[in-house]
Design a protein around this ligand. Structure first.
Ligand code: AP5
Length: 217
């Protein structure tokens, strides 16, 4: 199954993709994570992407489409994947349809995790991850069971993203509404769009997603 998770920055796409990855064996493909890895490696793509990401704007379609195209050739995604943070423009969505078609596959579903803007600043500014394994946490909504210790790997170092500042969040939301929200009518027109209420607790959002996935087998 190939599934796109749509929604605003900090809306919970990554949190839910990781949970579905565990329960459904689908590989999470996060272009944000891939771009951050490119930045950390100091590659040419990473250098070009860094300033754009820090400013809350979108990296060029050309770069992210090339990254996904290459990733879709790997055998671990032959049976399915969850696209998290991709596509983000109509051009990317059209490219994804074409890439999957070339491989004899198609996108089964696009699910919007709907979260109004007023929730987003608190979600993003409270976010942090384990420096060792990348497990995600939140100052209020998703604390580790033992303070200062990662539930997944026992690590004790945590990091916050450079673009998770209030000023950048506002820009990222503007970018979302201008460039990514048009994907909602795009997928609605194809009959593949479903919506879940992303304002509920994390486990409730997962249950709503599970219900949709269960419904398509
Ligand atoms: P990316 O990494 O994709 O960032 P984003 O879309 O802004 O999404 P986030 O990862 O910030 O949020 P999320 O929805 O995954 O939320 P999360 O689950 O962490 O992209 C970063 C940048 O890279 C972009 O700005 C752009 O520059 C570039 N980029 C990436 N892809 C691109 C593309 N395709 N094209 C062009 N440029 C691209 O949740 C957030 C917090 O809330 C967490 O702490 C979590 O614990 C908490 N939380 C989650 N769900 C709930 C809940 N239900 N209730 C309470 N708290 C919750």
């Amino acid at each position: 199954m190939y599934l796109v998770l749509l929604g605003p920055p900090g809306g919970g796409k990554g949190t839910q993709a990781k949970r579905l990855q565990e329960t459904h064996g689908l590989v999470q493909l996060s272009t944000g994570d891939m771009l951050r890895a490119a930045v950390a490696s100091g590659s040419d793509v990473g250098r070009r992407a860094k300033a754009v990401m820090d400013a809350g704007q979108l990296v060029s379609d050309e770069i992210v489409i090339a990254i996904i195209d290459e990733r879709l050739d790997q055998p671990d995604v032959a049976k399915g994947a969850i696209f998290d943070g991709f596509p983000r423009t109509v051009a990317q969505a059209e490219a994804l349809d074409a890439m999957l078609a070339r491989k004899g596959k198609k996108l089964d579903l696009a699910i919007e995790v709907r979260v109004p803007d007023e929730f987003i600043v608190e979600r993003i500014t409270g976010r942090y991850t384990c420096a060792k394994c990348g497990a995600g946490y939140h100052d209020t909504f998703q604390k580790p069971k033992v303070e200062g210790t990662c539930d997944s790997c026992g690590g004790s170092e945590f990091v916050r993203r450079p673009d998770d500042r209030v000023e950048t969040v506002t820009k990222r939301l503007e970018t979302y509404h201008a460039q990514t929200a048009p994907l909602l009518p795009y997928y609605e027109g194809k009959g593949t769009l479903k919506v879940v209420d992303g304002t509920r607790e994390i486990a409730q959002v997962t249950r709503a997603l599970e219900d949709i996935l269960g419904g398509i087998g």
